[in-house]
Design a protein around this ligand. Structure first.
Ligand SMILES: [Zn+2]
Length: 327
């Protein structure tokens, strides 16, 4: 993976947002957030988040230190300043003294401290950004990193690969507990360039937008390199029928089998819409002899869980004799 940072584009972004009254830090935050968001092996739509700590005027015109952090569910690839709601930083930092904080209370406190009361909800990972001291923080669910840390010996692999450069955070559901744990792990090794969150993703940080972004690219590139070591192909071609029934005959059967009775309305059914794909990559995946094993291994990242769900329906390969004659 290569850095897509281009000085000319950065200057143009700073000019464009400057004309709208936004500072250079926020403009660069937008710029690298978009770079990360358009790389699908880092995040899919809605996944990941970024932040910057700056000073802004509140509604009374008073200067206040804020965390501009991505709104929950927003798309990094097309983000605008409104997609990075500003939250009062000193108020968020005070929460670190607490022992526990429920998700509903956390969301209410975050909303209470928005500079603009009509802004979207800040990300569920807002407190993690707030508890770390860095000006720029980037977070993705990079497929390459997760392919390493989802393995049973993931922590060992990461320790070997990153040494003292990255902190390792055990899995905790996103929210207050994760934010607090990540901040404690960072405090033990304040020279790290980022944090690997086991079974979740990767954070990198820096004093500048470029530093945080290029650390992300570097750490993911190291993971990509590690994945190619000792890699074994899991693909062994299964037996494929020479003549397959046309899709128009198969699809209604599948659709019927996947329909569920709507318990709330008598006689109604909840039906699925099918989307048929047979690209070379898809065929390579479904034609494997061990599809049932690797197809049920679960997806790599939280973004994939949202997009594709974790478990596929696997139907048996068609038999030659089951071919329905064309009428
Ligand atoms: Zn995340």
């Amino acid at each position: 993976m290569k850095s897509e940072w281009v000085d000319r584009d950065v200057r143009a972004t700073i000019d464009r947002y400057g004309q709208q009254g936004f500072g250079a830090d926020l403009a660069q935050r937008i710029y690298t957030t978009r770079l990360l968001g358009r790389e699908r092996s880092l995040v899919l739509h809605g996944g990941g988040n970024t932040s910057v700590k700056i000073v802004m005027n509140d509604l009374l015109g008073e200067q206040v230190e804020v965390l501009c952090v991505k709104g929950s569910g927003g798309d990094m690839a097309t983000i605008e300043p409104a997609g990075l709601p500003a939250v009062r930083l000193d108020r968020l930092r005070k929460l670190r003294k607490r022992d526990a904080l429920s998700d509903p209370d956390m969301v209410r406190i975050q909303r209470e401290n928005l500079l603009d009361p009509s802004a979207p909800n800040p990300s569920v990972e807002t407190l993690l950004h707030a508890f770390l001291p860095h000006k720029f923080i980037d977070h993705t669910h990079a497929t390459a990193v997760l392919s390493l840390v989802d393995q049973p010996d993931g922590p060992l692999i990461c320790a070997e690969l990153y040494g003292n450069r990255m902190g390792l955070v055990p899995y905790v559901m996103p929210g207050f507990a994760l934010a607090k744990q990540a901040a404690e792990i960072f405090a033990l090794r304040p020279k790290v360039e980022g944090l690997i969150l086991l079974k979740h993703g990767i954070f990198t940080f820096g004093d500048t937008a470029r530093e945080a972004y290029e650390r992300m690219i570097l750490m993911v590139t190291l993971a990509e390199g590690r994945l190619t070591l000792n890699r074994k192909s899991v693909f062994v071609a299964g037996k494929i029928a020479q003549q397959l029934a046309p899709l128009s005959e198969v699809a209604p059967i599948l659709r019927g089998a996947c329909s569920l009775k709507d318990e709330k309305t008598e006689g109604a059914w909840r039906r699925q819409i099918l989307d048929f794909r047979n690209s070379p990559a898809v065929l390579n995946y479904v034609n494997g002899e061990e599809l049932a094993r690797y197809g049920r291994a679960g997806v790599a990242t939280p973004d994939h869980t949202i997009r594709t769900k974790n478990w596929p329906l696997i139907t048996p390969a068609p038999l030659e004799s089951s071919r329905v004659p064309n009428k």
